[in-house]
Design a protein around this ligand. Structure first.
Ligand code: CA
Length: 287
């Protein structure tokens, strides 16, 4: 399933972000993460998620402390690794937002950051990451916030690994509300998954909280895991049982042979524990 486009409007369910922990069902085309909560595409192996292309997340961060983050998580679910934070709050409590690229430096986490000067919380912004060979560029509301050209990971299609899209919050005094998530592969000539006519390279459209696009618009093809079906199953199971888990009778996405077996919902608890421990040790919320 390497590098399929995705578009999630949160008009009905969580779409591709089926690994959901501690979040109420979306309302009015938005989903709000508060307290300790997260949603992510399933990180089942190096080909999970997406590679080179443009990641766009429309979101509103509230609160000035660390806690909210839009995260591109390593497809193989191993850390330290190629984690990219499309946005998070600075640990000084100023509400300063920034982006980060992490990599595995001989078994230890290493990272580089780009500050998002002039970007305030409390309103929706369009956070964008353009991942291309040898370069990652952060944008907010279409404005270039800086690029990183060292330690840029290689995507799965070119011999490396993909990343899965996730959003998390880990602070009782912050929240992050997401209204749209979109990924378009680099140089993609495939039909856009949404009716949005804006070309990929054009200035970003204004943040929208009411996108009319369909969460079911992604056209997974070939042997790809049917994320929409899985997400629908998870949502149905939540409505039936109150638990954000895949029903046990359903076909869970098979982990790649190279990846250790991880159970999604349990992973998020471990993730939150890791995040909390890391914050206490370093002042950084990233895992
Ligand atoms: Ca929406």
């Amino acid at each position: 399933m390497a590098n399929n486009p995705v578009s999630v409007s949160f008009d009905s369910g969580f779409g591709a972000l089926g690994n959901v922990w501690n979040i109420a069902a979306p309302k009015n085309g938005e989903v709000k993460l508060s307290g300790s909560s997260s949603m992510m595409e399933w990180a089942t192996g190096k080909s999970a998620g997406h590679g080179y292309g443009t990641y766009t997340v429309t979101a509103k961060i509230e609160g000035n402390e660390p806690g909210p983050a839009i995260v591109l998580w390593p497809g193989d679910n191993k850390w330290p690794g190629q984690e990219i934070d499309m946005v998070e709050n600075a640990h000084d409590g100023s509400g300063q937002q920034y982006g980060t690229v992490h990599w595995n430096n001989g078994g230890k986490d290493a990272f580089k950051t780009e500050m998002f000067e002039g970007v305030k919380g409390g309103v929706f912004h369009q956070y964008q990451l353009v991942w291309e060979p040898g370069k990652m560029t952060f944008k907010v509301d279409g404005k270039d916030m800086g690029s990183i050209t060292s330690h840029v990971p290689v995507d799965y299609a070119h011999g490396g690994m993909n990343n899965t899209i996730g959003v998390l919050n880990n602070n009782p005094d912050t929240s992050i509300t997401v209204s749209h998530i979109d990924f378009k592969p680099l140089g993609s000539s495939t039909p856009a998954p949404t009716p949005d006519p804006t070309p990929e390279a054009a200035p970003a459209p204004a943040p929208s909280t009411g996108s009319g696009s369909s969460s079911g618009g992604g056209s997974s093809s070939g042997g790809a895991v049917d994320w929409h079906s899985i997400a629908a199953q998870v949502t149905a199971n939540y409505q039936a049982t109150g638990k954000w888990e895949l029903p046990s009778t359903s076909a869970a996405p098979a982990p790649a042979p190279s990846a250790p077996s991880h159970d999604g919902p349990v992973d998020w608890h471990a993730l939150a524990a890791q995040a909390t421990a890391n914050f206490e040790a370093t002042g950084h919320w990233f895992i």
